[in-house]
Design a protein around this ligand. Structure first.
Ligand code: LLP
Length: 697
């Protein structure tokens, strides 16, 4: 009796109505028949009964624990290819003396695991693998039972992706190399030679390639015997094909047995078979619902809710799977040529192309046949699609043997890095700018990417371990103007205003489209109006305050005369003969912390007047050293020079880093309409590396 057949109006699996299961469990859904699995297994066992083979079910075809248990309870062994499969095999009750371990890339820990579990044998595929097995067997003092997998170079006439026994394939050893390794392995203390292995490919529907390969292998076994190497197990692999297309049939295992058993008997070896697909393939279907029917000029698409992530065989191998309606098509039904496709965003996501199927409507269920092998086991959650549920049917009962994955499952094991982990997933772009030799890191922080500003400033401004700058300038949101400027010194302190910084940020804001060419922005010291013209930026400064001319400072018993003014930040201006000799290193720091200026301290400017040009050097608070230029210092020096020596607006200022112009109106000792003008240049742009982000930025 057919496993999947129509009864009444619907397609059944054994005695279970697939329509009902689909409605109850949802789709996409894998459904397997218990009977089919057992029948296929028994058929192989019967065919080869004369030699009582060990049938090692190949887990890669489908390793659902409930399905494995059916086979382990029937006495099957297991063919595994990874630690994961070994784990599942043991969990499902396969005894370790019935487990064979194949694969070209076994890892040390996998070999170790298998050695500890005392499996029947490793099917070794290279000289290097033999070396590793030898080493581990000695280190763990365990016997390693091995076979060599040979490559008989025969063509199994199947899809080239699943051909494994040809010379050009990565699998197995050519006979000469195999012989050499048998010789070598017999000398290894903890390695025991127990057999020989071949597996020439998958989905092979004729006995002939097996026969051809077996005859070759028999010759090799004979040669080895002559050299005193006798082997117990002959493992001829799996690969037994099934009839996917209408009118085709599976490998006739009775025929295969008839042809091979006499050879095996002559070889006097125990036979191992490794079928996967043959046992589980026809036992399973993938049930899917038609979501939409979409007609284009060229085609009719049935868009179903299963995708290539659920069953990849058509996409990967161009494999053919019969597709049946679950609702029985009536006799009169007309056929329609359709493409059955999934929802995955790939044109390769299809189950059938240009296939004539009985007319199907939206909402109907379809069964994709022969999907039991390499269906679920090759499935993924590509496109973040939870993997399908699996159901086992026996007679008129069915059980869920795997729940559908949940959305929660999709993120299992993932860690969401958050700002507290010291990472900002967003890369922060910065612009390095320079105004009169004052260099700044300028960042658009309107989205508040940088929160721990002081710490961030310390990191990025550091000359040797950071990007290096005299200051960090942040563009932030403001209610009062186009944006707000926040300035941070390399030590993390936040001055109210920075003249060169203001010119740089104005040009930055204009270049980045944050503000207009002539506009204004806000600073903690008030509003700044600016004009940008090429590299030149002119800003209107706050009117100065706190003017205190001719202050006497007593430092170490010596008197110095300076002039104090606040031009947004505090400045002490001292006139000197030669600015190049000004005591910036020794004296300036003492003045900067002088009790007269506590608690906020002051910047210190040394000024030499050379005709109508001021030569200025500034010691900056926060930087705690000389900078190449200082905008508020240039303004302070100009205003004080005008007050004391009568210099007229605009005053030309030359600092080490460049030139500035200071404009102002003066009435008595009242200054208004103060402007600072000079170049603001872009030096380079980049992204802040995560190593500089620090915690909480
Ligand atoms: N033994 C070894 C060493 C194998 O590599 C394989 C399958 C088998 C046994 C079982 O072969 P079976 O009896 O199932 O044909 N994903 C492909 C099939 C890949 C087969 C890989 N090796 C497909 O969907 O057609």
């Amino acid at each position: 009796m057919e496993t999947f057949s129509y009864k009444g109006e619907s397609l059944f699996c054994e005695k279970v109505n697939l329509d009902e299961v689909a409605r109850s469990k949802g789709t996409p859904l894998y459904v397997y028949s218990y009977r089919s699995i057992v029948e296929s297994y028994d058929r192989i066992a019967r065919a080869f009964a004369q030699v009582r083979p060990l049938i090692c079910y190949s887990l890669k075809a489908n390793s659902n624990l409930s399905l494995l248990r059916i086979l382990s309870q029937r006495g099957a062994g297991a063919d595994i290819v990874s630690a994961g499969e070994l784990y599942k095999a043991l969990r499902a009750g396969f005894s370790s003396e019935k487990i064979v371990f194949a694969g070209v890339g076994k890892r040390e820990e996998e070999i170790e695991y298998a050695l500890r579990e005392k499996i029947l044998m490793f099917n070794v595929e290279s000289a290097s693998e033999l070396r590793v097995i030898d080493e581990l067997s000695r280190r763990l003092n365990r016997e390693a039972r091995i076979s060599f997998r040979v490559n008989p170079d025969v063509d199994p006439k199947t899809h080239h992706y699943i051909t494994t026994g040809k010379e050009e394939n990565k699998f197995g050893l050519d006979f000469a190399e195999a012989k050499r390794l048998y010789e070598k392995a017999r000398q290894l203390r903890r390695v025991k030679l127990v057999g020989i292995h071949m597996h020439i490919g998958s989905q092979i529907t004729s006995s002939l390639p097996y026969l051809e390969a077996l005859e070759k292998v028999a010759g090799l076994v004979e040669e080895l015997r002559e050299e005193g190497i006798s082997l117990e197990y002959l493992d001829i692999g799996g690969g037994f094909g099934i009839g996917y297309e209408e009118g085709t049939s599976s490998l006739e295992v009775e025929d295969l047995a008839r042809k091979t058993v006499p050879i095996v008997q002559k070889m006097r070896m125990k036979l191992i078979l490794e079928p996967g697909r043959y046992i589980i393939g026809p036992a399973g279907v993938l049930v899917s619902r038609v979501l939409y029917k979409k007609k284009t000029k060229k085609k009719t698409f049935l868009i179903v809710d299963a995708g290539m992530n659920d069953l990849i065989r058509p996409s990967l191998y161009g494999a053919y799977h019969r597709i049946k309606k679950i609702k029985r098509p009536d006799e009169m039904t007309s056929f329609e040529v359709v493409d059955v496709v999934g929802p995955v965003c790939e044109s390769g996501d299809f189950f059938a192309q240009e296939r004539a199927l009985p007319e199907i409507e939206e909402g109907e269920y379809l069964a994709i046949m022969d999907a039991g092998a390499y269906g679920f086991s090759m499935s993924s959650s590509y496109n973040s699609r939870p993997r399908a549920a699996e159901v086992l049917v026996r007679e008129d009962k069915w059980w869920t043997i795997r729940e559908r994955e949940s959305l929660e499952d999709l993120i299992k094991g993932e860690h969401t890095l958050e700002e507290k982990d010291g990472i900002s997933c967003q890369l922060i772009p910065f612009t390095k700018m320079e105004g009169c030799g004052n260099d700044f890191i300028v960042i658009d922080n309107r989205s508040n990417l940088i929160q721990n500003r002081a710490e961030f400033a310390r990191r990025v401004c550091a000359r040797r371990t950071g990007i290096g700058a005299d200051g960090l300038l942040l563009v932030e949101n403001s209610k009062e103007a186009d944006f707000k400027m926040r300035t941070f010194n390399p030590d993390g302190t936040e001055p109210d205003m920075c003249g060169n910084g203001a010119r740089c940020i104005a040009r930055f804001a204009y270049l980045k489209g944050i503000a207009k060419q002539n506009s204004s922005f806000w600073t903690p010291s008030g509003k700044i109006v600016y004009q940008v013209e090429g590299e030149d930026v002119k800003i209107k400064m706050k009117d100065p305050s706190d003017l205190k001319p001719a202050i006497k400072l007593n430092i170490g018993g010596k008197l110095y005369e300076g002039h104090f003014i606040n031009t947004g930040v505090p400045h002490l201006v001292l006139f000197v003969e030669e600015v190049e000799k000004a005591p910036l290193k020794n004296l300036a720091p003492l003045m900067r912390y002088h009790q007269l200026f506590q608690p906020e301290g002051t910047n210190v400017d040394f000024v030499e007047i050379e005709r109508d040009v001021l030569k200025v050097r500034t010691y900056e608070r926060g930087v705690e050293g000389e900078t190449l230029g200082c905008g508020t210092g240039a303004v302070a020096s100009s205003l004080i020079s005008s007050l004391i020596f009568g210099l007229a607006s605009p005053v030309k200022v030359r600092m080490r880093g460049g030139r500035l112009l200071v404009y102002f109106q003066k009435r008595g000792d009242i200054f208004t309409d103060v402007f600072l003008e000079g170049k603001a240049k872009v030096v380079y742009e980049g992204y802040i590396p995560s190593s500089l982000m620090g915690e909480g930025t």
